[in-house]
Design a protein around this ligand. Structure first.
Ligand code: ADP
Length: 280
């Protein structure tokens, strides 16, 4: 991963200097879906290198973190890296706070620097493989990543639009233990086109209940802007990976227990011996 982080840094510097992208995007192979046996084991025996895509509020963090425990690879969420940098009160934090609280994306250059630093730190601890959550979020980021390493699989989580806003507004974190909860109860009735959907709240235990905080960018106005930006800048990333035969679509069927079971089946991981502890 040290090589990967160095390459990532080098790529972003070069790309900003000569601004040559997009050729690989237009010469991609014909669309196909990932084969089930490819999903389970990368051919060269290394740990998985997976990416989670999906709108704000869809649950990328929840499922990426469970899979990372199951597969023994780090879960690297660029949103967390941004928030850590913001909370560090370092030279970038004021600038970052303004961007994040408007629902905008931070620059490709900055996000790649944060990701490179994280990969270097992981390498020093002997980490290998990864599940990326929230990266890449632009075509430029996807091209840079594709140029420096082989991503095995991209899981595209999908949830009905009407549930996304409610799920973002319902997110809560315990300021003491860092546990993530959701107080929203999603109960959508069936109509002619779509089945009913029920996602119960994920309520905190009593010792966390008085310590819950809400992310500063989880307000209605900012979430709507993040959804708009997702459609404009990140939706094309789905097509980028679809064309390369790496995109696995997953429509969340309901709450976490039901969705986790179905996701494991889709990934051929339903017999994995550690699945119980990962889901806990
Ligand atoms: P979301 O709930 O919208 O998926 P995240 O926690 O992933 O939120 O990210 C929070 C914020 O961090 C984003 O709104 C954006 O400002 C910034 N961010 C995270 N990842 C990236 C990225 N890959 N590129 C640019 N900005 C990013």
């Amino acid at each position: 991963m040290a090589v990967l982080s160095r390459l990532l840094r080098a790529r972003t510097t070069i790309s900003y200097t000569i601004r040559t992208f997009s050729s690989s995007y237009s010469t991609s192979p014909p669309p196909s879906s990932p084969e089930n046996d490819v999903i389970k084991t990368p051919t060269d025996g290394r740990n998985v290198q997976w990416v989670f895509l999906g709108c704000p509020g869809v649950g990328k963090g929840t499922y990426a973190s469970r899979l990372s425990k199951l597969l023994g690879v780090p879960h690297i969420a660029t949103g967390d890296l941004v928030r850590d940098e913001l909370n560090s009160k370092g030279p970038l934090s004021e600038q970052l706070s303004e961007i994040v609280n408007q629902g905008k994306l931070v620059s490709d250059h900055l996000i790649i620097n944060l990701l490179s630093k994280r990969l270097e730190a992981g390498d020093a601890k002997g980490e290998s493989g990864f599940i990326l959550d929230g990266f890449p979020r632009t075509i430029r980021q996807a091209e840079i990543l594709e140029g420096v390493t082989n991503i095995d699989l991209v899981i595209n989580l999908k949830l009905r639009e009407e549930a996304l806003l409610a799920k973002c507004l319902g997110r809560r974190t315990c300021s003491q233990c860092g546990g993530n909860y959701n107080v929203a109860c999603i109960d959508i009735k069936a109509d002619n086109e779509k089945p009913a959907m029920y996602m119960p709240p994920l309520l905190p235990p009593s010792h966390c209940a008085s310590k819950l905080i809400t992310r500063s960018d989880d307000t209605e106005e900012v979430v709507k802007e993040r959804l708009r930006i997702y459609n404009e800048k990140s939706r094309p990333v789905e097509e980028f990976y679809r064309k390369r035969g790496k995109l696995l679509e997953f429509d969340l069927p309901g709450g976490i227990p039901e969705s986790w079971t179905k996701l494991l089946q889709l990934l051929n991981l339903d017999d994995h011996e550690d699945k119980r502890s990962a889901a806990a």
